[in-house]
Design a protein around this ligand. Structure first.
Ligand code: IPE
Ligand code: IPE
Ligand code: MG
Length: 242
């Protein structure tokens, strides 16, 4: 469904699936002498405006890395503050709903607060037929955990006699990841200067293009997003061919 759009004055065909590793909230707050949670609050505001902008740019799937399986290592008050923000934002998703945006969550939600789990299920159900863009939120998500989850499912299927080991193909693995029916990543954007995946969609990013920026996530604005998209459009993707 990709179509030509104008981006920073250029005609482009935007990438289908963009992943964003929202990083740098803590440093943003520290630079201002504020507690880290203020950075998360500012980052969450930015999430909202970049999402609307991405829809306008013609992105079909936009995935945000919001909380990793490793982020539980942080001090409890910071984790609580992040969970409070999820709770608040899930109460305020109406503007996305009005924009016809479908919302999905990936990650292990079973250990999240019951109130949050209920809101997640509700938002997914309400928005399931919307088709302007799919917004995917990775919460308690880890690429390795996702692959473990998939392997466990497949092992159960073999044990139950539903499939033979020879039936395990890349397609079958994809159908058993959290991202079933979501296409692979075309572009991964990571603000804040770090140049790593940090366990984000390690299977789905196999052929993604990477774009790194030194701007901290709360300061990463529409123009920065557009530059990432334009940069992507100038790359030559070969997928192993010539
Ligand atoms: C990203 O910002 C938000 C989450 C990981 C939840 P950070 O909190 O990692 O910010 P820095 O990297 O410490 O600046
Ligand atoms: C990655 O950021 C996770 C999210 C953005 C949710 P981190 O700040 O946790 O990653 P590391 O620790 O720098 O690798
Ligand atoms: Mg970080």
């Amino acid at each position: 469904m990709s179509r030509k759009v104008s981006c920073l004055g250029e005609d482009i065909i935007p990438p289908c699936h963009v992943g964003v590793i929202m990083d740098g909230n803590g440093r943003w707050a520290k630079k201002r002498g504020l507690p880290r949670k203020f950075g998360h609050r500012e980052g969450a505001k930015n999430f909202r405006s970049i999402t609307k902008h991405a829809k306008a740019v013609g992105i079909d799937y936009l995935t945000y890395y919001a909380f990793s399986t490793e982020n539980w290592k942080r001090p409890q008050d910071e984790v609580e503050a992040i969970m409070d923000l999820f709770d608040k934002y899930l109460d305020e998703v109406n503007d996305f709903i009005e924009e016809n945006i479908r919302i999905r969550f990936i990650g292990d939600r079973s250990v999240l607060r019951p109130s949050l789990q209920a809101k997640m299920a509700n938002v997914e159900e309400t928005s399931k037929d919307f088709d302007a863009m799919t917004l995917v939120l990775a919460i308690n998500y880890g690429g390795r955990a996702e692959i473990c989850h998939c392997v466990r499912n497949l092992a159960q299927m073999v044990r139950g006699g539903e499939i033979d080991p020879e039936d395990i193909t890349e397609e079958l693995i994809e159908q058993n990841l959290y991202t079933q029916e979501i296409p692979p990543l075309d572009l991964v954007i990571r603000p804040s200067g770090e140049q790593r995946l940090s366990n984000f969609m390690i299977w789905q990013a196999a052929y993604a293009e990477f774009y790194y920026s030194n701007v901290l996530w709360p300061d990463f604005k529409n123009g920065d997003f557009d530059r990432a998209i334009l940069d992507f459009c100038e790359r030559n993707r070969r997928f192993g061919g010539i």
